[in-house]
Ligand binder design. Sequence first.
Ligand code: AKB
Length: 326
Amino acid sequence: MQIKTTKRILVTGATGQIGSELTLELRKKYGKDNVVAAGHKRKPSEKLAESGPFEFVDTTNKENIVAVVKKYGIDTIYHLAAVLSATGEENPQLAWHVNMDGLYNVLETAREQKITRVFWPSSIAVFGPDAPRVNTPQNAVLIPQTMYGVTKVAGELLCNYYFTRFGLDVRSVRYPGIISNETLPGGGTTDYAVEIFYEAIKKRRYTCFVREDTVLPMMYMPDCIKATMDLMEADPAKIKHRTSYNVTAMSFSAGELVAEIKKHIPDFLCEYKPDFRQKIADSWPMSLDDSAARKEWGWKPKYDLATMTKDMIEKLSKRFAEGSFN
Ligand code: AKB
């Protein structure tokens, strides 16, 4: 349902895996002309370009952000543009530059231009081997091993600082691996849990870059969008954590995912050839305690492994049959 709103929203990273779907949902809810999609390198899909305004914005350049904020009278920013964990290990300098300078520019723009609310995603990558790996608590020690994780920890602290020092209403969740069927992720460690569906349907074969027994927390895109939008709609009095909230929906091993896919595609074969991303996965939680998010602003996921797998296969099979890919 579209609601009457005075909100004027900017989504950075709108051509990415999460941004491409979140932007469309925000347009449904707040009106297409009130949600500006911003991308940098990747061209927008037809759906994104035709459903509302699109701008090229390099978030490492503050003037770019300020110009779009002024042009559209933006009052809310979802800042999703980022370099993910695997690319970040290949190019740590780039990860620091894009993730830290980009966030700092967004927060500074928000402070100066009197933006009312900012969303910025953190990640399970904030945790490292010193944190308990099972049911990792909200306030576990944050000593990540990746540059991506370092930028997420520093980013959480920066968001918290802008809230306490400047009163900026900035909100955040720690995304687990996100599984989706519109736009492929790029450069992440959890990408195998998405690629596997595309390859299972297209080729009945997949070579997985983590071991069969690798367990990570995951979430299906509809729940990811729900977590993001629910947090942004929550009464500010309910938001007790201004660093970032643990949120999760399910945890499974790569082998369990294969077994679930095989229930729908019995001749699917997966082999395992772990690469450098295995070490990253091994340093992350296997499951999360997200009780703070559940208690404070009512977080509750809808999808588990079985319902997510069924929906992924149905949606992707239909799209392959129609040839409707971006
Ligand atoms: C990645 O794998 O880098 C991301 C994440 C868990 O933040 N999907």
